[in-house]
Design a binder for this molecule. Sequence first.
Ligand code: SF4
Length: 340
Amino acid sequence: MYEQGIIRPPSEASSLLVRVTRNCPWNQCTFCASYKKTKFSRRTVEEVKKDIDSMAREYEGYKVRTAFLQDGDTLVLKTEDVLEVLRYIKEKFPAIERITSYARSPTLKRRSVEELTQLKEAGLTRLHVGMESGSEKVLKMIKKGITEDDIIVGGRHVKEAGIELSEYIMPGIGGKSLSEEHALETARLLNMIQPDFIRVRTFAMHPKSSMQKMVEDGTFVPMTDEEMIREIRLLLTNLNEMHSYFCCSDHGLNLLMYVDGYLDEKKEQMLKDLDDYLSLSKEQKQAFSLLKRGSYGNLSIDVVRNEDTMKQIRPELERIDKTAEGGIDGYLNRLLSRLA
Ligand code: SF4
């Protein structure tokens, strides 16, 4: 038997999950309900090693190639403890090629390049960091507990140590009023740190998050799918053609999951894909959202260019617009929340 945490990045879906801390040491972001009502704690190296022993018995005969260290901010542990865990994973799973973890920017700023280099040499290959936005106003509003300086210095430490940097960003998290600033400031900071991956995770209001109250008192106005795609377009336009992978494909909350690729190879194509969506009629966009928000799967906009499909879906759109609270936009927003 061994412990497992509740979340991991989508790209770690088939990784060995090794829990080294429990929950999140910050746990205050207003949009995040993952660890609410839980307490953060560090696990001892001995506990973690026992878990790794159990996993080694369970996966005996399998070639385990990837592992992810859970939960929210592994590098708050002493570097020597993380080193010991990394070395033990490699000893027990000799075929391991990739070990990754979540880390918060302020923690990465506190870790020296020398410490991070030691971690890289012991097997840590990639760090996933929740940046969400480059705008100080947005970061304050969502109580992210990080600053521009944390993002830049923390990110640069990771890159200098030779560890892959994967930054998560969240279109829509600024709401309508901060959308433009959110896109421009996020692009500016990403251009400065040049992460290996820019992972897009469209904002969806979790019904249990404290942001729901901001909607109720009118201080946060959620964006429609079309507005969020315009925001992504503004962000992408302002990102340099650097060797960073702009990734919408690994999260079902992204409306256009096929907008995906290296900025230095596919930026123009990705902008074209966004423009193709924006060129749809209002009705086609609503139909596309209705179909896409019903599941996490990838969907091409060609489906709503087909008049037979539109003939079938049109009466449903009209019915929803007449009967649902907030019309079709309100309904689509609630569908999105259900996927959060
Ligand atoms: S988003 Fe990350 S840092 Fe913020 S509360 Fe959730 S797990 Fe913690």
